[in-house]
Write a protein that binds this ligand. Structure first.
Ligand code: F6P
Length: 360
């Protein structure tokens, strides 16, 4: 009997839970008697020299508990479907055709593309070129509209909470202000959830442009009122009203790297209030390490869901988690719609109700 063969790749920024998706894909494909090939280094593995490895029950054993992705990834290369400034870019047809040829030559029945908005845009273009793709949403930023959660987010939030728990004791010992810069390019979900659970006093997010006057007045009032510390979480994409998002120089091509807002906030607080302030940039610690229980479970559910979509021949669709169930949405409808923190929403209001300031 003809044995079905499928391909899978992880693309874009890595994310805890990716290996859970890979393992679940392999395990559930195995029960159907399918073979799974994992392309190395994201979409690049589809191009000459083609680079893939068979994924088996044996070589994926135990990986659900591990961070990163065993088949590698990249957020650079030939499949950038988003410009540095975030606009949609058409991938050259010769690249899409070369990838399609690999899929045909290897006799792949489907290609599962695991990634964030940029990866899914590339998947959509491959689908339009005739490749039977299935999408799996992946980003620690949790900023894709078509799914309530993406795996990796919970692990990143846990990392922020752990950092705040540690910063609290050292800050309190010195009566200091601590600024923690966290990831979140377009949305403040990591800052908001991490700051909320970690007991931050101030949370600055891209969706709510802040004012240095309000922020510093709040800090000064807290410290003069007897607080032994002030913990501030700032998302890398946050900016003051009328101000620009801060970026760092990058020698590589791809998305512009954000960074620097934590140090700027600390500097303004020191200059305006005189309180000793320190900055920590949490950076890639948020993306590393083992996935939390929730991310493992979501990853497993997405992997199984992706295989089901192949069985149902729902190519061009992406698995999504909505209303406690794994469902699917057309990739075309899922891309380009950033899920922002609603500035007037319940979660922001709840944070304000317990005294958290958004710097406004
Ligand atoms: O999109 C996920 C993300 O973690 C962003 O929050 C961050 O800006 C970016 O990736 C960093 O990517 P890199 O690994 O290229 O520094």
């Amino acid at each position: 009997m003809h044995r079905l063969r499928i391909g899978v790749l992880t693309s874009g920024a890595d994310c805890p839970g990716s290996n859970a998706v890979l393992r679940a894909t392999v395990a559930s494909a195995h029960t159907l008697g399918w073979e799974v090939l994992g392309f190395i280094g994201g979409y690049e593995g589809l191009l000459f020299p083609i680079n893939y490895m068979p994924l088996t029950l044996e070589n994926t054993e135990g990986i659900t508990a591990t961070g990163g992705t065993i088949i590698g990834t990249t957020n650079k290369g030939h499949f950038g479907a988003t410009s540095e400034s975030g606009e949609k870019v058409q991938i050259p047809q010769r690249i899409l055709d070369a990838a399609k040829k690999t899929v045909l030559d290897l006799g792949l029945h489907a290609l599962i593309c695991i990634g964030g908005d940029n990866t899914l845009r590339a998947a959509d273009q491959l689908f339009a070129s005739g490749v039977p793709v299935i999408g799996v949403p992946k980003t620690i930023d949790n900023d894709l509209s078509a799914t309530a959660w993406t795996f990796g987010f919970d692990s990143a939030v846990q990392c922020v909470v752990d950092a705040l728990d540690r910063l609290r004791t050292t800050a309190a010992s010195h009566k200091r202000v601590m600024v923690l810069e966290v990831m979140g390019r377009h949305s403040g979900w990591i800052a908001l959830y991490g700051g909320f659970a970690g007991g931050a006093d101030v949370i600055l997010i891209p969706e709510i442009p802040f004012s240095y006057e309000h922020l510093c007045a709040h800090v000064a009032k807290r410290m003069s009122g007897g607080a032994d510390s002030t913990l501030i979480v700032v998302a890398e994409g946050a900016a003051p009203k009328g101000g620009e998002v801060l970026t760092v120089q990058s020698t590589t091509h791809g998305e512009i790297r954000l960074g620097g807002i934590g140090a700027r906030v600390a500097q303004e607080i020191m200059e305006r209030t005189g309180h000793e302030t320190r900055t920590v940039v949490l950076g890639h610690l948020q993306r590393g390490g083992a996935p939390t229980t929730q991310d493992r479970i979501l990853g497993i559910r997405f992997g199984v869901g992706a295989v089901q979509l192949i069985q149902e021949k729902k190519f061009g669709n992406m698995v999504s988690y909505l209303n406690y169930e794994i469902g699917s949405v057309p990739i075309k409808e899922a891309i380009g719609r950033i899920k922002h923190v609603p500035p007037e929403g319940q979660i922001v209001k709840t944070a304000q109700a317990v005294g958290i300031s958004f710097g406004v």
